[in-house]
Design a protein around this ligand. Structure first.
Ligand SMILES: Cc1cc2nc3c(=O)[nH]c(=O)nc-3n(C[C@H](O)[C@H](O)[C@H](O)COP(=O)(O)O)c2cc1C
Length: 337
């Protein structure tokens, strides 16, 4: 008979193990999602201080603009030495831009390169990029082939489930990516048109996994260790990617790493005001002033959800006209709790 402890141990043993692609070890197999305006150095550092992140990410970076960005001052590219390993996500609609962008990423010492094939934003889709690439498989194929030709780094792709419920089309697209040399695939388990309010369709990932051999990462709607457990058992994925959940709770990676993957990570006391203050400190120290307030507002939109009356915090910060004012209002809010 299994005791509770041996059962818990056997659950952990059946969990996915670390992933290795082209020499890059992703351990535990927990990845940070690329998120525009959110996944930059300040937030990444707060997450890695709690531990449990197997692979960090930038937000999507325009292949066209990347070659002219200055990594010392660009809020998209600022990176501390301890932010390792870090994947850079490229957004493009054509194989013509990818070579120069990849050369730049080599210079930035990228640990992996991800291709954005899932962004549903009309502004991005209008020029044929993001999720539109799933509707333009020939272009997608040439982008992957050219990227593969230009780099020996781990090359990954992030997709949604497509524009319509068509399993054969989706699986053919994923096989094409694998055939052209993609080393790992992340699936945000929603169709292109589906809003975040809709439950993610994790079971579709199991279907995708049947057709390909590369590791598949499940993404969408993981906000707790229980969600992580459920997602793994429904999807059979090789790893998980966390976005909004880890923005609300930067310690979520550590919690899932310990509880689901059995990682030996020290538990740290979570102080919400301290996390918030550390985030502002990182912004103000490393970023030019024009970037402070916008990024603080983006973060607060999610972080405020830790509080029952978090909308009060979010509203006060949204209506602030400087980062100092926002900081003061936030501290007054924390003291009132
Ligand atoms: C504010 C925001 C910005 C995002 N930006 C990107 C992006 O730059 N590239 C990308 O592939 N996905 C982007 N996404 C999608 C996320 O990577 C992820 O697929 C989605 O949030 C679902 O995961 P979650 O439920 O864990 O948040 C963004 C999502 C949000 C909320």
């Amino acid at each position: 008979m299994l005791t509770d402890t041996t059962k818990a141990e056997s659950d952990i043993q059946t969990r996915p193990q670390a992933i290795k692609i082209r020499g890059l070890l992703i351990d535990p197999p927990l990845l940070l999602a690329p998120m525009a305006g959110l996944t930059h150095s300040a937030l990444r550092r707060i997450m890695i201080d709690f531990g449990g992140v197997g692979l960090l990410s930038t937000e999507m970076l325009s292949a066209k603009r990347l070659p002219t960005e200055n990594p010392r001052i660009s809020p998209y590219l600022i990176r501390a030495e301890r932010e390792n390993p870090l994947s850079y996500q490229i957004l493009t609609s054509t194989d013509k831009e990818i070579g120069r962008a990849i050369d730049k990423l080599h210079a930035f010492k990228a640990d992996a390169i991800d291709l954005n094939m899932g962004c549903p934003s009309p502004a991005v889709n209008r020029f044929g990029a993001g999720a539109m690439l799933m509707e333009r498989p020939d272009e997608a194929r040439s982008i992957v082939a050219e990227a593969r030709r230009r780099t020996a780094l781990p090359l990954t792709a992030k997709i949604r489930l497509g524009s319509e419920d068509d399993s054969a089309k989706l699986k053919a697209f994923c096989s094409m990516l694998e055939g052209e040399g993609v080393d790992m695939l992340t699936v945000h388990a929603r169709f292109k048109h589906e809003p975040f309010a809709r439950n993610p369709r994790w079971s579709y990932i199991a279907d995708i996994k049947e057709g390909i051999k590369i590791p598949v990462i499940a993404n969408g709607g993981i906000f707790s260790a229980e969600d992580a457990e459920r997602c793994l058992s429904v999807s059979g994925a090789d790893g998980l990617m966390l976005g909004r959940g880890a923005t609300i709770k930067p310690w979520l990676f550590a919690e899932i790493a310990r509880g689901v993957f059995g990682s030996d990570i020290k538990e740290r006391v979570v102080s919400l005001p301290d996390i918030y203050a550390a985030f502002i400190e990182a912004l103000v120290t490393d970023y030019r002033p024009i970037y402070h307030l916008g990024r603080l507002k983006e973060f607060t939109h999610y972080f405020a959800r830790n509080y029952k009356f978090g909308h009060t915090l979010a509203t006060r910060v949204q209506s602030s006209s400087s980062v100092e004012e926002a900081r003061e209002r936030a501290m007054t809010f924390f003291e009132s709790i």
